[in-house]
Write a protein that binds this ligand. Structure first.
Ligand code: ADP
Ligand code: ADP
Ligand code: ZN
Length: 215
C-alpha cells in the first residue's frame, strides 16, 4: 500500500509517518529530510536547496522528483509513505507516472487538516534529536526526561533554520498557492481522505489507521 500524507507545514505529517513505519513496516520518503541530508553533505545541490528552503520557498520540481525517483526502485516493505511530496501539480503528475512505471498503485491520500494558528504553535515549538531524528514539541510532545531523547538516549537537539515566523509565513503562502490544489486533484481521482489534524497525536494516528484499513 502506498500513501501520501498531505498537509501544511507543521500538520504532523512526519510524526504520523514515523508511527506508520513502526506499526506497519512502511517506508517513509520525506523530501524535506532528503533535502536536509543533501545540505549536510555539502553537495552543490544541497547548498543551493538550503538557500531556497531557508526562505520558505519550494525547491524545483526537477530536484525533488529526482530524489523520489532514486528511492522508488529500493525495497520498501509494506509500501511507501510520501511525506511532504508531492507539493505541486507537476510533482503529482510525475509521481503518477513513476508509480505506473514501477507497477505500483496509489492507495490513499490522507489530508491532515489543521488551522494556521495551530501551525504557528507547532512550528515554533518543534525540536529534533540530532542523533536519530525523533521529533518533539516543547508543549505537546516533550521528551519524557528533560534533555534526553526517548528513542535513542541522545542529549543533543536541533531546531530547523526555517522554523521561524518569517519563513513559516512564506511556507504557508507556498502551501496555499501551490500545494493545496492537490486536494482537488486527488479528490477528483477519488483518493482523498480527510482527518482532523488538530486532535492529539494518538487520536490522529487512530483516524489514519481507520482510513488505511478501509482503503
Ligand atoms: P514541513 O515538515 O514543515 O512540511 P518539509 O521538511 O517537508 O517541511 O520541507 C522543508 C522545506 O523543504 C520546504 O519548505 C521546501 O523548501 C523544501 N521541500 C520539501 N519537500 C519539497 C517538495 N516536494 N517540493 C519542493 N520543495 C520541497
Ligand atoms: P510536519 O511533518 O507536517 O511538518 P511534524 O510531524 O514535524 O509536522 O509536527 C510539527 C510539530 O507539531 C512537532 O513539534 C510535533 O511534535 C508536533 N505535533 C505533531 N502532531 C501533533 C498533534 N496531533 N498534536 C500536537 N502536536 C503535534
Ligand atoms: Zn534520538
Amino acid at each position: 500500500m502506498n500513501i501520501i500524507l498531505l498537509g501544511p507545514p507543521g500538520a504532523g505529517k512526519g510524526t504520523q509517518a514515523k508511527i506508520l513505519v513502526d506499526e506497519r513496516g512502511m517506508t517513509q520518503l520525506s523530501t524535506g529530510d532528503m533535502l536536509r541530508e543533501a545540505k549536510t553533505s555539502g553537495s552543490e545541490m544541497g547548498n543551493r536547496a538550503a538557500e531556497v528552503m531557508n526562505r520558505g520557498e519550494l525547491v524545483s520540481d526537477d530536484i525533488v522528483v529526482g530524489l523520489i525517483e532514486e528511492k522508488l526502485a529500493a525495497p520498501h516493505g509494506a509500501g511507501f509513505i510520501f511525506d511532504g511530496f508531492p507539493r505541486t501539480l507537476a510533482q503529482a503528475d510525475a509521481l503518477g507516472d513513476l508509480l505506473a512505471r514501477h507497477g505500483e498503485t496509489l492507495d490513499a491520500v490522507v489530508e491532515m487538516r489543521v488551522d494556521d494558528a495551530a501551525l504557528t504553535r507547532r512550528i515554533t515549538g518543534r525540536f529534533t534529536c540530532a542523533n536519530c531524528g525523533a521529533v518533539y514539541h516543547d508543549e505537546t510532545k516533550p521528551t519524557a526526561k528533560a534533555g534526553v531523547c526517548d528513542v535513542c538516549g541522545g542529549t543533543t537537539f536541533t531546531r530547523r533554520a526555517d522554523d521561524n515566523e518569517d519563513a513559516l509565513r512564506q511556507r504557508l503562502m507556498e502551501y496555499y498557492k501551490k500545494t493545496s490544489p492537490l486536494i482537488g486533484y486527488y479528490h477528483a481521482k477519488g483518493a482523498l481522505r480527510v482527518v482532523d489534524g488538530l486532535a492529539p497525536i494518538d487520536a490522529v494516528a487512530g483516524a489514519i489507521r481507520k482510513v488505511l484499513d478501509n482503503s
